[in-house]
Design a protein around this ligand. Structure first.
Ligand code: ADP
Length: 169
């Protein structure tokens, strides 16, 4: 049997946005199995608890069905990404790139990850232009101020945010 291509897409997903779902959809065309790893990320003090972030990601990928025959798994992670890659048998990590600010940070991370685990490649997918400006951080800020986040996140996520901040949108 041919070797399976396994990709690992890590993030905080606080919350999952249309930018993330776009990357996931496109990544499924590249791999046989896609592991979406939701970071515990205590440093960032996420707005949504891990369980809810996992739930939101799971709901959205379920809606995608089985695109291109790719199996999608969603799991939490707390330790080193390079160790997780070995654990799940991933040959590469998938990241989305929105522009130079992402690139700066990502470049550094790739360099360090390559030293930690030379067997794992990082593959960048550039953001689709319609989602390029979407960031979870801004979505959180807008939602907090009761702005309409409907154009940036999946409908179920928007509903959770509206409920959380009790806005009438
Ligand atoms: P992290 O804490 O790892 O940056 P995020 O959840 O913010 O977690 O992002 C996860 C990945 O998704 C990162 O590679 C990020 O660059 C990418 N990403 C986030 N928003 C978008 C977007 N709008 N378009 C494309 N990629 C994105």
């Amino acid at each position: 049997m041919a070797k399976q291509r396994v990709g690992l897409y890590p993030g905080t997903f606080d919350p999952i946005t249309l930018g993330h779902t776009d990357i996931i959809r496109r990544a499924t065309r590249l791999v046989d199995r896609l592991v979406i790893a939701v970071a515990v990320n205590r440093d960032k003090g996420p707005m949504f608890p891990l369980e809810e972030r996992l739930e939101m990601v799971t709901e959205e990928v379920e809606g995608m069905g089985d695109p291109e025959g790719c199996r999608i798994e969603v799991r939490p992670f707390e330790n080193l990404l390079t160790d997780l890659a070995d654990e799940v048998g991933a040959g590469f990590v998938i990241r989305g790139l929105r522009g130079v600010t992402d690139l700066d940070y990502e470049y550094q991370m790739v360099g360090m990850n390559a030293r930690l685990n030379p067997g794992v490649e990082t593959v960048f997918l550039t953001a689709s232009h319609e989602y390029q400006f979407i960031a979870s951080r801004l979505v959180r800020e807008i939602a907090r101020m009761q702005g309409d986040i409907g154009a940036f996140v999946p409908e179920r996520v928007a509903a959770r945010l509206r409920q959380m901040f009790n806005s009438g949108n």
